[in-house]
Design a protein around this ligand. Structure first.
Ligand SMILES: Cc1cc2nc3c(=O)[nH]c(=O)nc-3n(C[C@H](O)[C@H](O)[C@H](O)COP(=O)(O)OP(=O)(O)OC[C@H]3O[C@@H](n4cnc5c(N)ncnc54)[C@H](O)[C@@H]3O)c2cc1C
Length: 464
């Protein structure tokens, strides 16, 4: 009899419980569907809605208490004002607009979030980084980007993989005489870990033509009242009991032929249930830990164990004590391209609630909420002592917190050279399992595009 301790990814449901994963789901309610989806973030939700629209029955297993994944919206209790402290915006393209309209959400043109006057400060000592601002992406960067069209909507690398893409970004910049602009831009969105170690391949994959359109042409949408979670609340209302929230797969069986289908034993707040489906969409982070209950075979283990996600946390703080006409961005005084030191707060951005800020925190290892908030508080107190006009007596109050780990799964240069991405693509459909989610692209609308391209294959497999 095999016992596992439910680890971090399951902790919201059954933290530290020792569960007998083989203790059967036999005799429990059977949920029979065409397609089971694990993970109800941006991609899992998109897949479920669109599969349903194409006549397929679905069930979504989501470990948290809501859909939306990295989308986190807090409502100020006094005014009801929404504050997004995870995903901020969506790329303005047809797929995003169609998804909004499908879920009865009014899309409106948006700009980058209000950052007021940016102050660049080295958060390690509170000193201002003078004569510095984040430059727009240069023409040199754009020319370089156009050399790698296969990184735009996935990571479909040529064989052999161009060695230059396996250089770290600082090495690439030096080799091709690029300035630090792209690096500075790259460090602004939620990118976890030590940015100086990121391979050029990941920079181009992230800072792609879509990002350029956002930066240069303002091609950005969000919903009219700024509450990004509305998309996912509406999706939940639409999918109803086809979503199992606060639920995790305890164990599963996946057949080798389409006719064999998939069986999952799921722990839900209402007890165990069995899911019997024809195909499985895996839209949770594709890490070994998450795949473990599905008994991955050697081939799957060898591929997925090569990917590691980073550690990233976000939250909301009020009673901030710093002048509210600024945003505060962490930049290193003496680091490569002024990249912020890690671990630490990446930035504090103002919200539509006066004196309330949201922050992002980047780390090299996992941290508890207490640790993140203690360090964030120390950072605020340090800034209160160095920023003119601050109220040093203000005691920060933390309102919200979320862990986004594991974020952005990357692989080493060596395994990429040996063809890990070719292997990832070859896994599609293997053992009736389809992978979507941010293994191959990062932005939501890119993920929706990638998922929509996969859906006909999933549907065809479910009809065999
Ligand atoms: C702070 C932050 C800000 C961002 N801002 C933007 C932005 O403004 N615009 C943009 O386009 N992109 C943004 N992104 C990128 C974002 O990652 C993607 O847009 C998108 O949300 C990723 O979707 P996903 O479905 O792959 O993953 P997720 O949204 O993470 O969804 C995965 C889901 O799987 C669930 N899950 C995990 N493990 C299990 C399990 N074992 N069983 C069941 N369920 C499980 C998770 O709870 C989650 O709901 C941001 C990311 C972060 C972290």
């Amino acid at each position: 009899m095999k016992l596992i301790t439910i680890g971090s990814s399951f902790s919201l449901v059954a933290s530290a419980l020792a569960i007998d994963v083989r203790a059967g789901c036999r005799g429990t309610e059977v949920i029979a569907r065409d397609i089971a989806v694990i993970g109800g973030g941006a991609t899992g939700t998109y897949a479920a809605i669109n599969l349903k629209d194409q006549g397929k029955s679905v069930v979504v297993v989501e470990q948290r208490g809501s859909l939306g994944g990295h989308t986190s919206t807090y409502h100020d209790p006094a005014t009801g004002t929404p504050i997004n402290y995870g995903v901020q915006l969506h790329h303005d393209d047809q797929i995003a607009r169609d998804f909004y309209s499908r879920l009865n959400v009014t899309a409106s043109q948006a700009s980058f979030p209000d950052t007021r006057i940016p102050l660049y400060i080295d958060f390690t000592d509170g000193s201002p980084v003078l004569n510095y601002s984040i430059p727009p992406l240069s023409d040199d960067y754009i020319q370089a980007l156009h050399k790698y069209p296969y990184l735009e909507n996935g990571i479909e690398l040529p064989d052999p993989v161009p060695e230059e893409l396996l250089l770290t970004w600082p090495e690439y910049m030096e080799r091709f005489n690029l300035t630090g602009d792209a690096f500075a831009t790259y460090s602004m969105p939620a990118v976890p870990g030590d940015l100086t170690k990121y391979l050029a391949l990941y920079v181009f994959n992230y800072l792609n033509s879509g990002m350029l359109e956002e930066e240069r042409e303002g091609k950005i949408i969000m919903n009219a009242d700024g509450d990004l979670a509305e998309l996912y609340r509406n999706a939940l209302a639409e999918l109803g009991s086809d979503v199992l929230l606060n639920s995790v797969v305890l164990h599963g069986q996946r057949g080798s032929k389409p006719a064999d289908g998939v069986k999952l034993c799921v722990l839900t707040p209402k007890g165990r249930k069995q899911i019997v489906a024809k195909q499985l969409v895996f839209a949770a982070p594709a890490e070994l830990e998450n795949l473990e209950p599905l008994s991955p075979d050697e081939r799957e283990k060898n591929i997925m164990s090569e990917f590691k996600g980073g550690f990233y946390f976000t939250g909301i703080v009020t009673n901030f004590g710093l002048p509210t006409n600024y945003s505060y961005t962490n930049r290193g005084q003496n680091t490569e391209s002024h990249i912020a030191s890690v671990p630490g707060v990446a930035m504090f951005n103002p919200t539509n609630v006066e004196g309330t800020y949201y922050y992002w925190y980047n780390s090299l290892s996992d941290m508890t909420r207490g640790q993140v908030e203690a360090d964030t508080r120390n950072t605020i107190k340090r800034l209160q002592r160095t920023v003119a006009g601050a109220d040093v007596s203000a005691e920060p109050k933390f309102l919200e917190y979320k862990s986004h780990s594991p974020l952005h799964r990357t692989a080493s240069a060596d395994v990429i050279r040996k063809g890990i991405y070719r292997d990832v693509y070859s896994l599609q459909g293997y053992r009736n399992t389809w992978y979507t989610g941010s293994l191959l692209v990062v932005g939501s609308s890119q993920l929706w595009n990638l998922t929509s391209q996969l859906l006909p294959r999933i549907i065809a497999a479910s009809e065999q």
